[in-house]
Write a protein that binds this ligand. Sequence first.
Ligand SMILES: *[C@@H]1O[C@H](CO)[C@@H](O)[C@H](O)[C@H]1NC(C)=O
Ligand SMILES: *[C@@H]1O[C@H](CO)[C@@H](O)[C@H](O)[C@H]1NC(C)=O
Ligand SMILES: *[C@@H]1O[C@H](CO)[C@@H](O)[C@H](O)[C@H]1NC(C)=O
Ligand SMILES: *[C@@H]1O[C@H](CO)[C@@H](O)[C@H](O)[C@H]1NC(C)=O
Ligand SMILES: *[C@@H]1O[C@H](CO)[C@@H](O)[C@H](O)[C@H]1NC(C)=O
Ligand SMILES: *[C@@H]1O[C@H](CO)[C@@H](O)[C@H](O)[C@H]1NC(C)=O
Ligand SMILES: *[C@@H]1O[C@H](CO)[C@@H](O)[C@H](O)[C@H]1NC(C)=O
Ligand SMILES: *[C@@H]1O[C@H](CO)[C@@H](O)[C@H](O)[C@H]1NC(C)=O
Ligand SMILES: *[C@@H]1O[C@H](CO)[C@@H](O)[C@H](O)[C@H]1NC(C)=O
Ligand SMILES: *[C@@H]1O[C@H](CO)[C@@H](O)[C@H](O)[C@H]1NC(C)=O
Ligand SMILES: *[C@@H]1O[C@H](CO)[C@@H](O)[C@H](O)[C@H]1NC(C)=O
Ligand SMILES: CC(=O)N[C@H]1CO[C@H](CO)[C@@H](O)[C@@H]1O
Length: 542
Amino acid sequence: MSRVLCLVAISIGLTICHVSPPMVVGRPREGLLTGDPAEGPTTDAKYMIYSNITQKVDHFSNGTNIGVWQQHYQYNWKFYNKTTGYVFLMIGGESSINKTNGDRWIRHEGETMMKWVAEFQAAAFQVEHRFYGSKEYSPIGDQTTASMKLLTIDQALADIKEFITQINALYFKDDKPIWVTFGGSYPGSLSAFFRETYPEMTAGAVSSSSAVHVFVDYYGYAINTEKTYRTVSDSCGDVIKVAFQKLITKAYNGSDSRALLKQQFNLCDSFDETNLSKAVQFFFQNVYGYFQIINQYTGDNKSNATRSGLGVPAACDLLNNATIGDEVQRVIAVMNLYDSWFKPSASGCRPNNYTAFIQAYSDTTMPNENVIGTRSWIWQTCTELGYYQTTDGGNGGIFGSTVPLDFFADQCIDLFGPEYTLDNTFKLVDQVRTKYGGAGTYRGTNVVFPNGSFDPWNGLGYKWNNTNNNVDAWLIEGTSHCADMYPASDSDKQSLKDARIRIHGHLSRWLSDAQAIRQHSGSTTNFSIFTAISIVIFSILF
Ligand SMILES: *[C@@H]1O[C@H](CO)[C@@H](O)[C@H](O)[C@H]1NC(C)=O
Ligand SMILES: *[C@@H]1O[C@H](CO)[C@@H](O)[C@H](O)[C@H]1NC(C)=O
Ligand SMILES: *[C@@H]1O[C@H](CO)[C@@H](O)[C@H](O)[C@H]1NC(C)=O
Ligand SMILES: *[C@@H]1O[C@H](CO)[C@@H](O)[C@H](O)[C@H]1NC(C)=O
Ligand SMILES: *[C@@H]1O[C@H](CO)[C@@H](O)[C@H](O)[C@H]1NC(C)=O
Ligand SMILES: *[C@@H]1O[C@H](CO)[C@@H](O)[C@H](O)[C@H]1NC(C)=O
Ligand SMILES: *[C@@H]1O[C@H](CO)[C@@H](O)[C@H](O)[C@H]1NC(C)=O
Ligand SMILES: *[C@@H]1O[C@H](CO)[C@@H](O)[C@H](O)[C@H]1NC(C)=O
Ligand SMILES: *[C@@H]1O[C@H](CO)[C@@H](O)[C@H](O)[C@H]1NC(C)=O
Ligand SMILES: *[C@@H]1O[C@H](CO)[C@@H](O)[C@H](O)[C@H]1NC(C)=O
Ligand SMILES: *[C@@H]1O[C@H](CO)[C@@H](O)[C@H](O)[C@H]1NC(C)=O
Ligand SMILES: CC(=O)N[C@H]1CO[C@H](CO)[C@@H](O)[C@@H]1O
């Protein structure tokens, strides 16, 4: 995908591929919905609807002058059976749904949700997240700081509520539909938060690899990344550690030494000698980014790259191979392996200019998907999510103390203005954690939280079962980020096969429970499961 994106970008005269590392605050440069065409059948176009609904720009303002915007959605009605009335919604987020294979979650019949769509004869929808679609499908049409204030979790959840309401009126007027939401990563958190906030709208929620415990200084990501590499091969972790120590020495050993690094790492830009500490932070963040992204998708078989072996074991084979050269050269070999799949720029050089990075993502005109998605994602991390992948776990870590909290704090100020301080981020992220309960006091019911043991995000995952609330959370041994969402294959680990069976078990229980209520609810057009459940509980108790 990134190869395609880079070519498109170049052909329209952009140099964006020169500025952006492979990962920006834990989000792949291309967002979550990248990947090759899934294997298996694709729903015929005649069953697909690509359209939009009118949404309020601001759901929480009572002003008379409230604008509207068009929210894009995709609908696959091939399997829908109105007798049972099931509707599954894949929640969008982190990128546009309107790109090559952006509709894969509701069109590729091998994707796990689609298997269940076919089995339960459900309608399948995907809805775009505000501020991730193109200019014409965005609340304001720009991404100035003033406009971005409308990019909040609360607004996104209210969009989903409004979406379901309008879709019911549009397609399911007399069907009394039963909705279930799905999502992975940040949209997985939305799936869980939606269940908590508007329980009357759905029967349950699947929340895959969701970091619901929003947190500012998530140095646990680096600790977990180290753990994955060491689990695969302890010596491989040691090699990374030696390499990073050598690199730290070289980076501070004068401009000649840095010029050598530029050459050795095939960097597009020289280190900025006028702001050395920032330049060195940026360099390390980018090198660390390769180890993050290789870990985050290791063994998930979601794309040609991972299916062909791009992952931690392959990286460790290189790192443990002294024939390649010293530890630093082996780190470069790992970066080359990644870049052989996802080219960092047209000429193949690696971005190394923080100023250019900031300049590119300061563009508020929504010129292309890369700028839109990256700017919105960084905004969300600065204001509500945190997720800063620092190396603040201490000097003992294999990545050293190379990426401090300052790096991310400066980024918020540099992109959004002086009021977006670290204090502000702490305050806002705390508010979100308190409001939705984080990993400790989540209040939703009928939710599953699968998380991967190799997924560096899992430290922020929901951690406890809550049988009273029918919340089930567990760790899938040996898988990484969102592995349960991708097409099943015979070669999948048993733990992953079991995880899908377990999610399926919950899903089918939510549906049959809701169905029982639906059958009893007479001719109510505005069917509310919550109200109906209360009635049933009431009638059981009395
Ligand atoms: C969707 O939005 C586009 C762009 O704003 C608009 O031209 C089109 O009429 C909308 N379609 C629907 C079905 O509302
Ligand atoms: C808008 O009106 C609702 C209901 O009347 C009220 O709860 C809410 O506080 C008002 N919001 C603002 C921003 O005034
Ligand atoms: C729709 O669902 C009903 C109830 O489960 C079933 O009897 C019917 O056969 C289904 N229709 C189709 C076309 O499968
Ligand atoms: C989707 O993308 C295509 C091509 O980039 C564009 O022509 C179309 O208007 C977009 N549609 C929506 C709904 O964003
Ligand atoms: C530090 O720089 C000096 C002078 O350029 C060079 O001789 C030396 O090898 C460098 N040390 C390291 C560890 O790169
Ligand atoms: C270096 O960059 C940071 C972040 O952009 C900025 O806050 C700082 O003032 C810069 N330092 C110098 C010396 O330019
Ligand atoms: C991925 O692999 C499939 C089949 O092996 C091939 O058809 C497709 O072109 C590949 N995609 C890319 C982007 O390399
Ligand atoms: C180690 O690297 C060398 C040089 O690239 C290669 O020829 C050799 O096959 C590798 N050894 C292993 C065990 O991968
Ligand atoms: C970094 O990019 C900025 C903006 O494009 C440019 O002015 C500056 O010369 C670049 N710095 C280096 C060291 O290449
Ligand atoms: C939740 O309960 C299941 C068994 O029902 C167990 O397998 C799982 O590990 C538990 N999860 C946690 C986080 O305790
Ligand atoms: C991915 O596929 C390989 C080989 O086909 C298999 O060994 C591995 O277990 C699969 N990964 C997962 C997470 O199931
Ligand atoms: C529900 C669950 O098992 N969550 C786990 C996710 O991964 C972290 C780190 O391995 C565990 O601490 C959580 O308990």
